[in-house]
Design a protein around this ligand. Structure first.
Ligand SMILES: [Zn+2]
Length: 189
């Protein structure tokens, strides 16, 4: 049975997925590994900064990214968000100085009022909030193959997709599991 897993997430969640994937775990390449990288990634995402980010802001960007990765990893089994993750998200929401304004159409809009990196990263946190409201958040997942850890959107009907790509990671994970079983003494009959 095909798991039907594809990569891109719907609407505003896609930016969150791309942010988590700024670190390519498998190749060890970090697109926001330095201040220049963070600046240019945020501006390519339409999140402009006034000033280049400082070391502390760079560290916080990495902290947010890994908190989101941990949260999305928990979506495989619906486990509770670790306290360390909610603490980070709370901190970003507070720093972002979020405000709510009502629209003439009878809706509302949340915006991050903070300047610079806090505002830009706050916008990413607001997209998580949007996705939670829309019900798409639990389908943002992290590839279950340890060496991959790529963020993907699970489009399988039952929401049970485990790998970013069945063809690559799914098959590799199965081969690795098979080899591990072969190596375990006493399992081969
Ligand atoms: Zn993968």
């Amino acid at each position: 049975m095909s798991t039907g897993v594809s990569m891109a997430a719907p609407d505003r969640l896609e930016l969150v997925r791309r942010f988590v994937n700024t670190l390519d775990v498998e190749d060890g390449i970090d697109a926001i590994g330095d201040a220049e990288g963070l600046s240019s990634w945020l501006s390519s995402a339409g999140l402009e900064l006034g000033l280049p980010p400082g070391d502390d802001e760079l560290r916080r960007a990495h902290e947010l990214r890994e908190a989101l990765r941990t949260a999305a990893l928990g979506h495989h089994d619906g486990s509770a968000l670790p306290f360390a993750v909610t603490t980070v998200l709370d901190d970003f929401a507070r720093r972002a100085a979020v405000s709510i304004s009502f629209t003439p159409e009878g809706g509302w809009r949340a915006t991050a009022g903070a300047q610079g990196v806090d505002g830009a990263l706050g916008e990413i946190v607001l997209r998580v909030v949007d996705s939670m409201t829309a019900g798409t958040w639990p389908r943002l997942k992290i590839c279950a193959r340890d060496s991959c850890r790529w963020a993907f959107y699970d489009t399988s009907r039952a929401g049970t997709g485990k790998w970013c790509s069945m063809r690559l990671c799914g098959n590799r994970a199965k081969q690795e599991a098979w080899r591990d079983r072969r190596r375990t003494p006493g399992q081969d009959g």
